[in-house]
Design a protein. Structure first.
Ligand code: DGL
Length: 380
């Protein structure tokens, strides 16, 4: 055929198809190899469920599970949404952990009680002892969140993460903080770096230790703080987790739960100007095994009240001097002769936490003043 002659399309195609068969085969091979590579890559990125940590969510109620109430603008009822519904309502949790949820109670935490505490403690310990979970998240009202955290921190054995979380706005509120708090709580509970920190409270991008965290504002999202110790870390959905404290916790011991599922009666007596002995006398009359003084200043109170506390101690009632002041340590033998009276000082523990520790100590038969004081010690 003459050079440059225009070949009929068929012939050219024929020539091209003859020429390009190996090319097509090569292209096909490259395509298949490429697809296989993508599939393998996708496979390696897609974390299979078996790779994710197992997090058990135990719901108790609270505002995080609250729903608006038509009673009034801003009104809501706590504990209306189940733990399962909470978990289902937050997108992306399934990328963090293999989640399961159980309902322990459905109460506002102002109604928190020994029964729920014991149920929580036993369920968590069972989940750890039977290796059912790699971490625990407890959803809870904020009013007594710090007490539950401190109670659990003092009775749970093992070093797996336990995170307690709540919210300041109900699930139905504009700008509800619950979903983000729950997401962050699960981030922390699912992270191996969270082990050996004891029970932690996670709200508003902060990780707080059970001994130090307290509610400091009636309505603010930033309400949880640790006035004496500061947060032990920070968490946010974008940056992940940053611990700023060593994983050690300040727990002195792990206390046994009393078999009768009841903690001994320990009263908190709030001191103020013109204080008399009546609240202390009432506590003694109602069978208190311990009295915690929410004292003025460095755990002080009036002479009348102090005389009544000395009488209580002589009767074998555990007396702990704490303070109504927001921060600082209560110090032994400054204006009160603790050694002579057999009193204990709460150090950094606020009255509500001093009460929990006193209950656990009494329930475990620790009543000698020196042993009690050792159990309250706040520093290494
Ligand atoms: N009902 C209160 C409670 O459950 C509301 C406080 C809250 O959860 O934020 O503690």
């Amino acid at each position: 055929m003459r050079k440059n002659a225009v070949r009929p399309a068929g012939r050219r195609q024929g020539r091209i198809s003859m020429l390009s068969l190996p090319m097509i085969a090569l292209a096909l091979c490259l395509f298949v190899i490429n697809m296989a590579a993508h599939a393998a890559e996708a496979g390696s990125d897609a974390v299979t469920p078996t790779n994710l940590p197992r997090i058990l969510v135990l719901a108790t109620g609270g505002t995080i599970a609250g729903q608006a109430d038509t009673r009034a603008t801003g009104a809501y009822k706590s504990g209306q949404i189940t733990g399962e519904q909470l978990v289902q309502s937050v997108p992306g949790l399934d990328k963090l952990a293999r989640l399961s949820a159980e309902q322990i109670s459905s109460i506002g935490s102002q109604d928190m009680n020994d029964k729920v505490w014991f149920a929580l403690a036993r369920r968590i310990q069972q989940a750890f002892d039977k290796d059912e979970a790699d971490g625990i998240v407890v959803t809870h009202g904020t009013d007594t969140l710090e007490e539950t955290a401190f109670f659990l921190d003092n009775v749970l054995k093992g070093d797996k993460p336990v995170v307690i979380v709540g919210s300041m706005r109900p699930a139905t509120a504009v700008g509800a903080d619950g979903p983000a708090n729950l997401y962050e709580a699960i981030q922390v509970a699912a992270d191996p770096r969270s082990r050996r920190h004891g029970v932690m409270a996670v709200l508003n991008d902060k990780i707080e230790g059970a001994r130090s965290v307290t509610k400091t504002n009636t309505t603010s999202l930033e309400t949880f703080n640790s006035p004496n110790a500061g947060p032990i870390g920070y968490v946010d959905t974008a940056g992940g987790i940053r611990f700023t404290a060593q994983a050690s916790g300040l727990k002195r011991a792990t206390y046994e739960l009393p078999a009768n599922e009841q903690l001994p009666r320990v009263e908190i007596v709030y001191s103020h100007a013109n204080m008399d002995a009546v609240p202390i006398e009432d506590a003694i009359a109602h069978g208190a095994k311990g009295i915690v003084l929410a004292g003025v200043g460095d755990g002080n109170t009036s002479k009348q009240a102090l005389d009544a506390l000395e009488l209580a101690a002589k009767k074998g009632i555990v007396v702990v001097r704490s303070t109504r002041v927001r921060s600082g340590f209560v110090t032994r033998n400054v204006e009160v002769d603790d050694d002579k009276n057999g009193f204990v000082v709460s150090e950094d523990l606020n009255p509500q936490k001093a009460r929990v520790l006193a209950q656990l100590l009494i329930a475990n038969g620790v009543t000698a003043p020196d042993k009690l004081q050792e159990a309250f010690r706040a520093t290494w």
